[in-house]
Every structure is written in C-alpha cells, then in structure tokens.
Design a protein around this ligand. Structure first.
Ligand code: ZN
Ligand code: ZN
Length: 316
C-alpha cells in the first residue's frame, strides 16, 4: 500500500488545535441558542434552520456533487434541476463552477493543481489547513480555460447553464424565504428578521463549514482503507452533519459510487436519499461498488485491469 502520511511538519498538538478551532464555533452557536432561548430563538426558527439546512445540503451532496460532478446516479431533467436549485441555496457558488473546482480536486488530489489540499499550495501545518478550509476561496490564482476544461459535458446542458447563471438570485430567494416565513409566523418584521438570522445566515454558516471540513479535515484526520495515492480520510465524527460526505477516502477510491459509506456502520444519509428517489422512480442507474470490486483496491490486492467506478471524463 502506498501509505500516505499527514504532512511531516504537522505535530499531534497542531492537529488537535485545528480540530478544536473548527469545533468551537459550532459549540458557540449551540450555546448562543441555549442563551437566547425564547428571547431571540424558538422552535420555529430551529425547525426552519434544520429543514432548510437539509434542502441546501442535500442539494450540494446529491445534486452538485454525486449527480452532476460524478454522474453517480441519473435523473429526469426536472429532478436534476430541482437538486441544483436546492444546492444553489447553500451559497457555495454556481453549480458549474463548483463541479469544475471539484473535478480539478479529484484530478490532482493533494498534488500540484489541487485547488484545496491541506498538503499543497497553502503552506504547512495550520496554514495548509486554513488554505484547504477556506483560504483557497480567495486565492488569486485562476487557471486559464477553466471551468470549460473540466465540465464540457455539463456545459452542453443549457438548463444547467441557465440555473448556474441565476445562482445569485436563487441564493437570495433562499434568504428571503426564512424572512417571509418568520414574518408570517410571528406577525412582525422583527420576527421575520429573527428567522432570517437563524434559517438564513446561521444555516449558511453551518453548511459552509461542514462542506469546507470535507476539503480540510477529511484530507487530514480519519482512517484509510484503500490503496489510493492521496491523503484522503474517512472521518466518522462528521458523517451525520456532512450527510455522508465525510467517508471521503472511500469517495476518492471510487468517485462514481452513489454511496460513500461502504460498510454498515458508515452512515450515509445522501446515499439513503438516493435509494429513496430510485425506489420512487425519480432517479435511476445508481452506481454501486461491489465487495469484489472494492477488494481489488485493498492494500496488497492485484491491480485491477479495468478499474470499477471509473469516472466520467476527468472526474476522478
Ligand atoms: Zn478530497
Ligand atoms: Zn467528489
């Protein structure tokens, strides 16, 4: 197995500091909720926050990521577009740009050209983790011909191109909805603003950090299973919040798999949602990786002649 270790300069203490730095704001928000209970937050706000979080997050994990970027499952255009619109409310950029960045990440994982690796392009230790988490978003290096080079198949879908162009407006609607819902529920503009803060701003704060944690923490902390030449990790602690995306090492081993969880204990809510949609006839042809196919990528296995779960174009 080509054992890949975390960066040599990363001490254990630094790793824990990093994890704490990401965890504390979450605990802070939970504390704020407890302190503000019934004065500036109620069950209604939390229900709106959770409901809208699930819509935005599944839009990213199932729509942006598994369906568009990797072709892990097929769907009629209206279902595909609905997921992309939902994903746009996560305010992580237009679908086409997101997919291009992510395919680039798979094409150059933890090597030169990876837009967000904690091991390259952002310095060492904490600086590398910061770069992978959020710093890369304001990096000034832009590749020529991007995203055309990485998403030629998606650019042929005119509806998708249109939804990508509408991204700022869709994101805005995602912020107006909680305001209107709060206004209707409490009957006051102040009530509308309160729900806007929780189900709009706090929701986006959560989803941003959860997604970014897949880029940073899941290339850094967790366990490995397959013989893949990168630093990707399966992180159990982030599994529920990331809706299954933190089984990120499995995902790098088999990018087209509709399920990132590959054992019974690797809970993957996005895979469950895909299964449900397939049962309802709203999605089809999910790609699953059999135990035999998986075994070919285990350490010490004889290299497979035709890798299973091979990506579309350069999506691996
Ligand atoms: Zn990755
Ligand atoms: Zn991916």
């Amino acid at each position: 197995m080509s054992e890949v270790r975390p960066h040599k300069t990363m001490s254990k203490a630094t790793r824990y500091v990093n994890i704490v730095a990401v965890a504390v704001p979450f605990i802070g928000v939970l504390t704020a909720i407890a302190m503000l209970w019934n004065s500036a937050v109620t069950w209604f706000d939390i229900a709106m926050l959770v409901g809208m979080y699930l819509i935005s997050a599944f839009g990213v994990t199932v729509g942006y990521h598994r369906m568009l970027t990797h072709g892990a499952v097929q769907a009629p255009k209206w279902v595909r577009y609905a997921f992309v619109v939902a994903g746009s409310t996560a305010v992580e950029g237009p679908a086409l740009i997101w997919a291009a960045d992510h395919r680039k990440h798979h094409a150059h994982t933890d090597q030169e050209g990876d837009p967000h690796s904690p091991h390259i392009g952002g310095g060492e230790g904490l600086r590398g983790l910061w770069h992978a988490h959020v710093g890369w978003l304001w990096s000034t290096e832009i590749e020529r011909g991007w995203p055309r080079k990485h998403t030629p198949d998606l650019l042929r879908d005119k509806g998708l191109v249109r939804i990508s162009k509408w991204f700022p407006w869709i994101a805005l609607v995602g912020l107006i909805i909680p305001f209107l819902a709060g206004w209707a529920f409490y009957g006051t503009v102040a009530g509308g603003l309160q729900t806007f803060v929780w189900a709009g701003l706090v929701r986006i704060f959560f989803i941003h950090h959860v997604t970014w944690s897949v880029n940073s923490i899941c290339h850094f902390s967790g366990y490995r299973r397959f013989d893949v030449d990168d630093h990707s990790r399966n992180n159990p602690f982030l599994a529920v919040l990331t809706l299954g995306e933190s089984w990120h090492h499995n995902h790098h081993a088999f990018p087209r798999s509709a399920s990132h969880g590959m054992r019974w204990y690797e809970v993957d809510l996005s895979a469950l949602l895909i299964k449900g949609f397939v049962k309802l006839g709203l999605m089809s042809k999910p790609v699953y990786i059999s135990r035999e196919q998986q075994a070919k990528k285990l350490p010490g296995a004889v290299p497979a002649t035709a890798p299973q779960g091979a990506p579309l174009s350069d999506a691996a």
